[in-house]
Design a protein around this ligand. Structure first.
Ligand SMILES: [Zn+2]
Length: 574
């Protein structure tokens, strides 16, 4: 029999954590049908000599709900070996949504996730109303990676309650309608139900998003609706404000998990922000404690710091100041001219003294860029490479004997792609490693598709391989691959993905373990309507295969669109 694709002579790291071995992988009709020394002929052969052949990476925390409509390749995740993403996290989704609410939904996504309204209005052919109709749209769209989606609490609440969702308790009638819609979504293939109680999640009017208005009995009811079907994951953006508030949130979440028995996931982070931040280990002990009480709970962690990203081409921390605001409205070339002018520079530097002081308010990437506080220059890095060892603005300021603001202006003039990163959480590599090593955490949480000009988390997989495996040797390659593939496939019940095994879907990534790493991020204006976003690619990835077809070769899209809509276990029950 002739194969569709033969990957010859690679080193297979199969995703289970088992030791690597040399072999060929034979693919037919989207599936792996043979592994070993394959003699069959094939329509196409890839030479994987010297390369690792691993399952495609799975990212369970993205916000690609809007982007899927205009970006068929699934960037920036696709460039980092990702072949499957789950979207609709944190309660934000584009369905269900009544036609008259579309613009408001778009504006909410702009407010929380920095997905430009202009891009959404220009890039989406918005034809759906119900969640199953949205899934049908995603199913039809050309796509080079696989997508699963949650039904989002804020979207659902707005759909059922209208503007009341932003201020009122749900009535019994509201609850019954929301619960029915959750069950309809789960039966239609939603991966679960998502919500948020994160204090950073606000509407365009700076009020809490709809899911934060809900009381916990509403959460019990809606997660309970999934429990009746024994299907669906509950994902929630946690209260990260610190201290007693965070502990109370976690205690209440434990009750939901224990009482419903549904898998629960929340973002696990290490933070110095917030009121009396709880130690990062608190959440890990909590995960064990929940498991002992009978809950099925995961912490979603990333592999590095989560950063607000600044540059001349996007945001700078000073953009809100009067002298800066005037300058930043100008075309880039003119800005650079003025930045070189002595008198202007003096004004810009002086302006900084009037910035809002830093408090202990927890700021996500959104507020850090749009409502910035006076920077802590010891925690503002001048990005020189991707190895997490950059100098701080404070260090360069001391070296050069110049005000930190002048240093930043100089650097931006030397290179208008210069990027500055302010870690928001996970500042300490040791903490990140401690979280990653815990058996109840998942390496996920890129937030891909969101914070498009504020953060860049899409490189978490290549950072894992280059930093934690190659540079720090904190994980073997086999362990790291397992965390990015089989562990996530298991958590999201993707029963035929996440391993290189006969019978599994042929989602694969071929990379050079000695070279794989993220490239430097840049600011591009490639969104619909010309809106800007941060872009980060990778080096050392030779090819990506999705459902048996080569989608990327050396970072270039082949134009093949084999990506699938993945329906959750609720749909398979019939
Ligand atoms: Zn999120």
């Amino acid at each position: 029999m002739s194969l569709d694709l033969l990957i010859r002579n690679g080193t297979i790291v199969d995703g289970s954590g088992a030791a690597r071995y040399r072999g060929d992988v034979g693919i037919k009709d989207g599936r792996i049908i043979e592994i070993g020394r394959i003699r069959a002929s094939a329509e196409r052969t890839l030479d994987a000599d010297g390369l690792i052949v691993a399952p495609g990476f799975i990212d369970g925390h993205t916000h690609m709900d809007a982007q899927v409509a205009w970006d068929p390749i699934g960037s920036c995740s696709c460039w980092h070996g990702v072949t499957t993403v789950i979207m609709g996290n944190c309660g934000f989704a584009l369905a269900p949504c009544k036609p008259e609410a579309r613009e408001w939904f778009a504006r909410c996504l702009t407010a929380v996730e920095d997905i430009p309204t202009e891009a959404m209005l220009a890039g989406i052919d918005w034809t759906w109303e119900s969640f199953p109709e949205y899934l049908a749209t995603v199913d039809r769209l050309p796509k080079a990676i696989n997508y699963g989606a949650y039904i989002g609490h804020s979207a659902l609440r707005m759909y059922v309650m209208g503007k009341r969702a932003l201020s009122e308790r749900a009535t019994e009638d509201d609850l019954a309608r929301m619960a029915a819609a959750v069950q309809e979504a789960i039966r239609g293939g939603a991966m679960g139900f998502s919500s948020s109680r994160a204090t950073t999640h606000v509407t365009p009017d700076d009020t809490p998003v709809a899911s934060r208005i809900a009381d916990w009995s509403e959460v019990d009811r809606l997660v309970g609706a999934m429990a009746e079907l024994n299907a669906g994951i509950f994902q929630i953006g946690p209260d990260t404000s610190g201290g007693a508030a965070q502990r109370a949130f976690l205690a209440r979440l434990k009750r939901v998990a224990v009482e419903t028995g549904r898998p629960v996931m929340f973002g696990t982070i290490s933070s110095r922000q917030g009121d009396e931040p709880n130690p990062w280990t608190y959440q890990l002990d909590y995960l064990d404690d929940c498991a002992a009480a009978g809950a099925r709970m995961w912490g979603q962690t990333t592999t590095r710091s989560i950063n607000a990203v600044f540059s001349l081409k996007s945001y700078l921390p000073f953009d809100v100041l009067p002298a800066w605001r005037e300058l930043r409205r100008l075309p880039l070339a003119e800005q650079k001219q003025r930045l070189a002018d002595r008198a202007t520079r003096a004004r810009l530097v002086a302006d900084e003294a009037g910035m809002k002081p830093r408090g202990n308010v927890f700021q996500g990437g959104g507020a850090a860029t749009t409502d910035p506080r006076k920077p802590d220059y010891d925690n503002l890095y001048v990005m020189k490479g991707v190895d997490w060892d950059d100098p701080t603005v404070a260090q360069l300021s001391a070296q050069r004997g110049k005000h930190p603001v002048e240093v930043m202006i100089d650097l931006a003039l030397e290179n208008d792609d210069q990027v500055f990163v302010q870690p928001l959480v996970n500042e300490h590599p040791d903490h990140v490693l401690g979280m990653l090593k815990h058996p109840r955490t998942l390496a996920t949480f890129s937030d891909s598709g969101a914070h498009v000009c504020q953060e860049m988390g899409s490189s978490l997989q290549t950072h894992m391989l280059s930093y934690w495996v190659r540079a720090k040797q904190a994980f073997t390659l086999e362990e790291a691959v397992r965390k990015l593939t089989f562990d996530n496939a298991s958590a999201w019940e993707l029963y035929d993905r996440g391993l290189v095994r006969t019978g599994y879907q042929a989602d694969l990534v071929l990379f050079d373990e000695g070279r794989v790493r993220p490239a430097m991020p840049t600011v591009e204006t490639d969104l619909p309507g010309g809106a800007r976003r941060l872009v980060q690619k990778a080096e050392g990835i030779a090819a990506t295969v999705v459902n048996g077809q080569v989608t990327l070769e050396h970072g270039h899209a082949t134009g093949r669109m084999p990506g699938a809509l993945l329906r959750g276990p609720g749909a398979r029950k019939g």
